[in-house]
Write a protein that binds this ligand. Structure first.
Ligand code: ADQ
Length: 462
């Protein structure tokens, strides 16, 4: 088996059990199973440029190779082009894009730096798998340095329609860079279709029926590989007794109260404010629900230096305070807002102890929380997943209650339906959902992508 070299902006800390961020969680699960090298930024920022000689560290089956960035790189590449241009734009939020020319310079510079570092550790038979929007030009940079190994790319976030991509400064260059990869993986068919439309409309390329894109003599595979979770290990964590969660659950059971659980990185794409408004609307439309249900929102801060992220935090704190101010009683707090990271085993136990998983992003590549919530449920008495139609996961998880995250009344009605759903219907939905997340789990994602990268296969095994 060829050595797998994975590259992403950051490498996950494989020694920690608490991890937030879908890429870190999804990749850590997959890479531990196969073994290989994981290269990325070490999270350090230096004042001045340093030789990008990667620092090597072995953790179990994975060798980590990390490099630092300068403060200028961090500001222009990471906060700038990646998170103030590509992230909002690829999530259809043109209103939040903030572009400066130096951002693009920084983006190109850091991709060149990654390429230099990677070239120093590559072996001739390596397979290279690059992840996410931070590193779109990396294959082009590697090719310029003489790299001949096969290179794949997986986009964890959505790929928007051509008219939105066209708002990216130098969008044609960006997509041409993407086409330097041998395999381009997307979360959904919608995303893959959007790339195909772009290359047909803007680059005049031919797209074959099986998704191969012809570029002169070359052929690129554009495929749909929905990311999954390590279902078995999540089930095992959810079933393991957790004293703290159990005490809290028993208290709720005595009081006859249900719990709606929400877990996200604190990000404007996750639809948190309208979600809280929908919960308030539930209490307004169905007064009988008051004191019978509480919503727990766990939100971990990210990218706090970007202005739009500061705004969302302020908005959310004000909203949860306002809902509690309006509805709370001396013995009932409707919204519990936890600003931080929860260890994965506690998270799994909390999912299992919650009657509704409420996942309402305005736009999301996949959304692993939705799959984790399903994995954590007890088959004999499962909770109900209420899921945004704009999460990539909605393309697979049809048996969830699918909602429009912009329509507060629709979400409130579906929350009520979830909270009052008969046991038999809950069991049927859970059974079907569980089947789906097991079929497309972390291993299947890795195998399907690797089959394309190693052998050029365009079809997944049934
Ligand atoms: P994210 O946007 O980070 O991922 P998601 O897929 O939901 O979104 O993954 C978040 C992960 O972090 C989950 O495993 C979740 O349990 C964990 N997490 C989040 N908040 C947490 C908290 N407060 N405490 C503990 N754990 C927390 C990106 C894309 C997604 C895509 C993934 C994987 O934006 O669309 O699904 O990558 O490809």
């Amino acid at each position: 088996m060829n050595r797998l070299v994975v590259v992403s902006n950051r490498v996950a800390d494989l020694t920690r059990t608490a991890q937030s961020g879908g890429l870190a969680v999804g990749l850590a699960d997959s890479l531990r199973q196969r073994g290989g090298v994981w290269m990325g930024w070490d999270g350090q920022t230096l004042k001045y440029e340093d030789q990008p000689e990667p620092r090597i560290r072995k953790i179990g089956t994975v060798t980590q190779a990390t490099i630092p960035l300068t403060e200028q790189d961090y500001s222009e590449y990471y906060l700038g082009f990646a998170n103030s241009v590509l992230w909002p734009l690829f999530h259809y939020r043109l209103d939040l894009v903030e572009y400066k020319t130096v951002f693009l310079d920084g983006y190109r510079r850091v991709n060149a730096k990654f390429a230099d570092a990677l070239m120093s550790i590559l072996q001739p038979d390596d397979l290279i798998w690059i992840h996410d929007y931070h590193l779109i030009p990396l294959a082009a940079e590697l090719r310029q340095r003489g790299c001949t190994q096969r290179i794949g790319f997986f986009l964890h976030i959505p790929f928007p329609p051509p008219e939105i991509v066209a708002a990216v400064p130098r969008h044609r260059w960006l997509v041409e860079c993407l086409l330097e990869f041998d395999v381009i993986g997307f979360q959904t068919n919608t995303d893959r279709g959007n790339l195909q439309h772009y290359v047909e409309d803007h680059l005049g390329c031919r797209v074959e029926a099986d998704g191969r894109i012809k570029i002169g003599e070359r052929e690129v595979i554009a495929g749909c590989y929905p990311i999954g979770i390590d279902v078995d290990s999540f089930v095992e964590m959810a079933e393991r007794p957790n004293d703290e969660v159990n005490i809290e659950t028993q208290r709720r059971e005595i009081l006859g109260r249900k719990q709606i659980i929400c877990v996200d990185r604190l990000d404007y794409t996750k639809g948190l404010p309208d979600r809280l408004r929908a919960f308030a609307r539930l209490l307004e439309l169905y007064p009988e629900m008051r004191k019978t249900v509480a919503l727990m929102q766990i939100a971990t801060p990210t990218r706090e230096e970007v202005e739009a992220y500061m705004d969302i935090r302020t908005e959310l704190e004000a909203l949860s305070g306002a809902i509690n101010g309006r509805f709370a009683d001396f013995n009932w707090t409707p919204v519990r807002y936890i600003h931080g990271i929860v260890p994965r085993d506690a998270l799994a136990a909390l999912f299992r102890a919650s009657q509704v998983g409420f996942v309402t992003p305005l736009r999301d590549g996949m959304n692993l929380v939705a799959k984790e919530y399903v994995a954590a449920q007890a088959a004999e008495n499962p909770g109900v997943l209420v899921l945004s139609k704009f999460a990539g996961a909605a393309e697979e998880l049809h048996e969830a209650l699918i909602v429009n995250p912009y329509d507060v009344d629709d979400m409130a009605r579906n929350l009520c339906r979830a909270l009052t759903m008969p046991l038999e219907e809950r069991q049927e939905r859970q059974k079907a959902l569980m089947k789906r997340i097991c079929k497309h789990d972390a291993k299947d994602w890795l195998n399907a992508f690797m089959a394309a990268l190693e052998k050029g296969e365009t079809k997944r095994a049934a």
